[in-house]
Design a protein around this ligand. Structure first.
Ligand code: DON
Length: 306
């Protein structure tokens, strides 16, 4: 029998409400610092088309690093296994914006979900598409079925003005010969991908192909082979929540991708995709209430991958 997702989401929303006050919004991107803290939304979409939600599940927020999942999917479709020559697939054990490993590892990022790895992936997209950020935007529109998903240009330019660590990273990787595109073009594309605004309902819908062995359930379109979908899910599990990935696997037990806008997307293979949003972050840059909500979700529904 299917779990009662409506009741589970309602219980989670009331349980985590006090936690929504405790995190800290991502103030290193000035326009994200303006987002009110005490907000929470969560949506579940099943492979057979059932939808459940609670709170502000239809409110759009800055997807930030969640875009890295979709950019990776596009680049993996383009390059296949050759992609792993440009970016690794090991957890970094370091903060998402760290530069230290790059020096020791000749500019090859540990994985596609830390910022350095996403820059390497974006470099691939810049060379294979006319406009890399539009490729990601159109991909997200197609997957979510929401044609009006847009960049938030204010967020993108706010990050462009303050994104010195990402600029340093891109130049550093280029010094190792690992970036082909002009750095300005690369950063502009990356910041725009991160600025895309979507809701929990839209993001959960967009991630469903991963839960469905690479096939978009609504259209039957195959984006990845079952084996490729398994591989991307594995990298999500081990690297999708940065240096907290071990703790996430322990507490939640699902492949998941977080973003500093406060969103986290996770998939239950063969069943559903779930997205939670609450802007207050923990010290690792993952949504504090969101992480707890997912932990309660797999506990109450009894459906982690383990
Ligand atoms: O590059 C950055 O720092 C942001 N645009 C994205 C970082 C992010 O979302 C990390 N997630 N927890």
């Amino acid at each position: 029998m299917s779990p009662d997702y409506s009741a589970i989401l309602a219980a989670i929303a009331s349980e985590v409400a006090p936690l929504t006050r405790e995190g800290k919004v991502a103030d290193y991107i000035p326009s994200l610092a303006e987002v009110p803290l005490e907000q929470f939304g969560m949506a579940v979409v099943t492979l057979d088309g059932r939808r459940y939600s609670v709170g502000a599940a239809d409110q759009r927020f800055s997807i930030q690093s969640i875009s890295k999942l979709f950019a990776l999917t596009l680049a993996f479709r383009q390059l296949g296994d050759e992609l792993w020559e440009r970016v690794g697939r090991e957890p970094s054990g370091n903060p998402f914006n760290s530069l230290v490993q790059l020096e020791h590892e000749s500019g090859k990022p540990r994985n596609p979900f830390i910022n350095a790895g996403a820059l390497a992936v974006t470099d691939v997209l810049c060379r294979h598409s006319v406009n890399a950020e539009l490729a990601v935007l159109h991909f997200l529109r197609r997957l979510s079925g929401a044609d009006d998903v847009q960049f938030d240009h204010a967020v993108a330019s706010s990050e462009a003005q303050t994104g010195h660590r990402n600029a340093a990273m891109a130049h550093f990787m280029k010094s190792f010969g690992r970036i082909v595109s002009p750095v300005d073009e690369l950063l502009n594309s990356y910041f725009h991908q991160c600025s895309i605004a979507m809701s929990c309902e839209e993001l959960a819908t967009a991630a469903l192909f991963l839960a469905n062995r690479g096939v978009v359930p609504a259209t039957g379109e195959r984006l990845l082979t079952a084996s490729e979908a398994k591989r991307i899910s594995a990298v999500l599990l081990t690297c999708g929540t940065y240096d907290a990935a071990g703790d996430f696997a322990y507490r939640v037990g699902l492949p998941a991708k977080s973003g500093v806008g406060g969103g986290i997307v996770a998939v239950v293979p063969g069943e559903l995709a779930v997205c939670v949003w609450s802007p207050g972050l923990d010290a690792n840059g993952n949504s504090l209430a969101g992480g707890m909500a997912l932990e309660r979700f797999t506990t109450l529904a009894g459906n982690s991958i383990f």
